[in-house]
Design a protein around this ligand. Structure first.
Ligand SMILES: Nc1ncnc2c1ncn2[C@@H]1O[C@H](COP(=O)(O)OP(=O)(O)O)[C@@H](O)[C@H]1O
Ligand SMILES: [Mg+2]
Length: 396
C-alpha cells in the first residue's frame, strides 16, 4: 500500500502563488521602490499591514531580490503555534528534552540558515518567547531546548504584523527592545481601499491567473462589474479580491463577468480598520490605562510613539507627517531627530540649530524664550499647532 504524502508546504506555497506582483497605484509604486532599496541589504524588516494586504508576498519578494535568494525562505505563523511548542519549533530541541521529544530536531532558525525566516503575526508571540527571540537576534545564535550549546545562525529575519505594534508596546504586551530590533526597516502595506489604483490591475491579474488554471476561455469584466469592484471597501484586501475573481470565473456562464457573479462581502470594516483612535473616548481609555501602569517617562513614551506612528504612516515623508499632525515641518523634524527616528543633516550638525527639548511642562511663552523644542502638550490644540508663533519661535 502506498502512503499519501504531502509536498513540502513552503515549496508548495512558492509554486502555487502568483509570482507576478501588481504594484500600479502610486502608493504601491513608492512601496516597490522601497522594497528594492531594502532587499539587497541584510537588515531585519518589519512588514505592517491588515490581513490580505500581501505581507507574505512582499517578504518572499524581498528574499527573491536579496543575495540569499538561493537559500531557503521559511514562513512561520507565530499565532498558529501553541505556547508550549513554539520554543522548540523556532529553536529546535534535543532528544529527550521533554516528553515526546524522541529525536533531536532542528528549529526554524537553523532550517532557514543561509536564507530568510518570515515570522508572521509577530505580535502574537508570547512574552517569554519575545525575550528569547531578542537574545537570538542579538547574539545570532540559538540554543535548542534541552541543550546548553549555542549554535550560530545565518538568517535574515522578516517579521510581519497586522496589529499596531506601537500600541502593543505602549500597553506592555510587546517588548520595546524587541520592537526596535525588528523594526530596523519598516514597510507599511496600505489596505486595498487606500490604493484604488491597484484594484483593476489586480482583478485582471487574477482573471488571467485563475483563467489559465481553470482552463477558462479569456474572460472580461462588464463595466458595471468594474464599477462594483472599484466601489467595494475590501475589508479582506487583496485576498478577498483574489477569491471574488476566482469564484466569479467558476460560476460565469459566458466570457463577461457581471455584478451578479461577484460575490462581494457584506462584512463591515472591522473596528481597528476604521480610522483608529479618532474617537476621543478611545484615546482617553488608552491614556488612562497607561497612567494606571505608570512606568518611567510616560509622557516621552507617548510622544515618541505618536511621532513614530505618524512618520511611518506617511512613509517617511516629513512634510506629510507635519500635515497629519498639524505641526510645522521644523517642529516635526526636531522631534524626529530628538527621538532618533531620523538623523541630523550636515547643515544642522554644523549650525546645531535643532536642539533637544527640556521637560515638556513649561508654557509656550517660557519655552519660546528658552530655545527648546516645543513638545506634544504645547501643540495639542489645533490653534496652537497652526500658530504663526511656531515659525517665529523657530526663527525660520
Ligand atoms: N501585489 C500583489 N500582486 C499580486 N498578488 C498579490 C499582491 N499582494 C498580495 N497578493 C496575493 O494576495 C493574497 C494575500 O497575500 P498575502 O501575502 O498572503 O497577504 P497577508 O500575508 O498580508 O495576509 C495572496 O494570494 C497573494 O498572492
Ligand atoms: Mg499572511
Amino acid at each position: 500500500m502506498s502512503l499519501l504524502s504531502f509536498p513540502d508546504p513552503s515549496a508548495m506555497a512558492l509554486s502555487i502563488r502568483a509570482s507576478a506582483l501588481v504594484f500600479e497605484d502610486p502608493n504601491s509604486k513608492k512601496l516597490l521602490t522601497r522594497i528594492r532599496l531594502l532587499a539587497p541589504s541584510d537588515v531585519n524588516v518589519l512588514i505592517i499591514g491588515e490581513t490580505g494586504t500581501g505581507k507574505e508576498l512582499v517578504a518572499r519578494h524581498i528574499h527573491a531580490l536579496s543575495a540569499r535568494r538561493h537559500g531557503p525562505f521559511l514562513a512561520v505563523n507565530c499565532g498558529a503555534l501553541s505556547e508550549t511548542l513554539i520554543e522548540s519549533e523556532l529553536f529546535g530541541h534535543e532528544k529527550g528534552a521533554f516528553t515526546g521529544a524522541i529525536t533531536t530536531k532542528r528549529g526554524w532558525f537553523e532550517a532557514a540558515s543561509g536564507g530568510t525566516l518570515f515570522l508572521d503575526e509577530i505580535g502574537d508571540l508570547p512574552q517569554a518567547m519575545q525575550v528569547k527571540l531578542l537574545r537570538v537576534l542579538q547574539e545570532r545564535e540559538v540554543v535548542r531546548v534541552g541543550s546548553h550549546t549555542p549554535i550560530p545562525i545565518d538568517v535574515r529575519l522578516i517579521a510581519a504584523t497586522n496589529v499596531k505594534l506601537e500600541e502593543a508596546v505602549l500597553a506592555g504586551r510587546f517588548r520595546e527592545d524587541l520592537y526596535y530590533r525588528l523594526n530596523v526597516a519598516a514597510l507599511n502595506l496600505l489596505p486595498l481601499r487606500q490604493r484604488p489604483g491597484d484594484i483593476m490591475p489586480l482583478a485582471r491579474h487574477f482573471l488571467r491567473f485563475y483563467g489559465q488554471r481553470l482552463g477558462c476561455p479569456e474572460t472580461a469584466l462588464s463595466p458595471d462589474a468594474e464599477q462594483a469592484l472599484l466601489q467595494h471597501s475590501w475589508p479582506g484586501n487583496i485576498r478577498e479580491l483574489e477569491n471574488v475573481i476566482h469564484h466569479a470565473l467558476l460560476i460565469a456562464r459566458n466570457r463577461t463577468i457581471t455584478p451578479t457573479e461577484l460575490n462581494l462581502s457584506t462584512l463591515p470594516l472591522r473596528e481597528r480598520q476604521t480610522p483608529a483612535g479618532t474617537a476621543p473616548e478611545d484615546l482617553d481609555r488608552v491614556l488612562e490605562s497607561l497612567c494606571e501602569k505608570g512606568g518611567p517617562d510616560l509622557y516621552a513614551r507617548i510622544e515618541h510613539a505618536l511621532f513614530r506612528a505618524a512618520y511611518r504612516h506617511c512613509n517617511g515623508n516629513q512634510l506629510a507627517t507635519a500635515r497629519l499632525l498639524g505641526l510645522s515641518r521644523h517642529v516635526v523634524r526636531a522631534r524626529l531627530i530628538q527621538y532618533g527616528i531620523v538623523q541630523r543633516n550636515e547643515k544642522e550638525l554644523l549650525s546645531n540649530s535643532v536642539k533637544p527639548s527640556p521637560a515638556p511642562s513649561k508654557s509656550r511663552r517660557s519655552l519660546s524664550n528658552s530655545g527648546a523644542t516645543p513638545s506634544l502638550a504645547d501643540w495639542l490644540t489645533p490653534e496652537t499647532a497652526k500658530s504663526e508663533a511656531t515659525q517665529d519661535w523657530w526663527g525660520y
